[in-house]
Design a binder for this molecule. Structure first.
Ligand SMILES: O=C(O)CCC(=O)C(=O)O
Ligand SMILES: [Fe+2]
Length: 289
């Protein structure tokens, strides 16, 4: 196979879902206008300028990374909440959870001279190898044109179906070359890594990662966006970053729905509530008579 399937912005969800099942990754070209990618890149520019290079073999020594991206770029909200991407993530992950959540936002600028990142699977974050479902998936948005030369993300199509100990041969690794405004969606179980930058310019992308709503988030979203910040986000973004309950009873605040914290006049005088699955509600009703 050894190719990445490229779709255009008018493609339907069914095509995206099928390719993600078969290949574990897909590129949607020009899902947002290049001007939107440019705007996000511009909003992040001063933060990147001030940021230090990473200091680790995985994060890279010639790579800059930024978290809490929604605080740094208002326009990044459009990428994070892009309806097609969120729906594809929901289709991929809701067989194993009631709702998905944000795992992280991370803007990544790979500078000239950076070596290729070690190939890896992102779901190794979660030490539960006996779980057979998909735990997470990423959307890598190109904020500049991604090329072979400047370090486009490398992926190994189909590797999400491999035994965990199989390593890719060089000819099985392909680069997600795509124009800015495009997005590469890849499953957490897919082998991939940042490419080497052999050009003269940084390669800048934004990862919006999503995971099962009952997992720990890779980036601590409540520190990134405390209530006084999250209050100004759209309700669906508040829920995505974690201000909601995953039934049964996960993520409560004061024994109630944490989204209430974000309402302007919340007085903190709530009574405890049940947040149960429909099955559990039925069982409870039967037991209490
Ligand atoms: O920068 C990239 O293209 C991918 C980075 C990545 O896979 C990671 O840091 O986990
Ligand atoms: Fe990764």
């Amino acid at each position: 196979m050894h190719i990445i399937q490229h779709l255009d912005a008018s493609s339907g969800l069914q095509d995206i879902d099928e390719i993600l099942n078969r290949d574990g990754c897909v590129v949607i070209e020009g899902l947002l206008p290049a001007a939107t990618a440019d705007r996000v890149a511009r909003e992040l520019e001063s933060f990147f300028r001030d940021a230090e290079f990473g200091r680790g073999g995985f994060v890279g020594f010639r790579t800059k990374r930024l978290g809490s991206v929604l605080r740094k770029s208002g326009s990044a909200m459009q990428l994070l909440a892009a309806p097609v991407v969120v729906s594809a993530m929901e289709n991929l992950l809701t067989p194993w959870c009631e709702r998905i959540q944000l795992n992280l936002t991370q803007a990544i600028s790979i500078h000239p001279g950076e070596k290729a990142q070690i190939l890896h699977r992102d779901d190794e974050l979660f030490p539960c190898r006996s779980f057979t479902g998909e735990m997470m998936a990423n959307a890598m948005w190109a904020l500049c044109d991604f090329t072979e030369e400047n370090g486009a993300t490398q992926v190994v199509p189909g590797s999400h179906l491999w035994p965990r100990d199989r390593l890719p041969e060089p000819h099985e690794v392909v680069s997600a070359v795509m124009p800015r405004g495009s997005v590469l969606i890849y499953r957490g179980s897919l082998i991939h890594g940042g490419g080497a930058n052999r050009s003269n310019e940084p390669r800048t992308g934004l990862i919006c990662g999503y995971n099962l709503g009952w997992l720990r988030q890779g980036e601590n979203q409540y520190l990134a966006y405390p209530p006084d910040v999250a209050r100004f986000f759209r309700p669906e973004v508040q829920r995505l970053i974690g201000y909601t309950v995953h039934r049964p009873n996960l993520g409560l605040h004061e024994c109630n729905d944490p989204q209430l914290l974000l309402t302007p006049h919340w007085r903190g005088d709530l009574q405890a509530r049940d947040f149960l699955t429909p099955d559990q509600e039925e069982q409870l009703k039967a037991a209490r008579g």
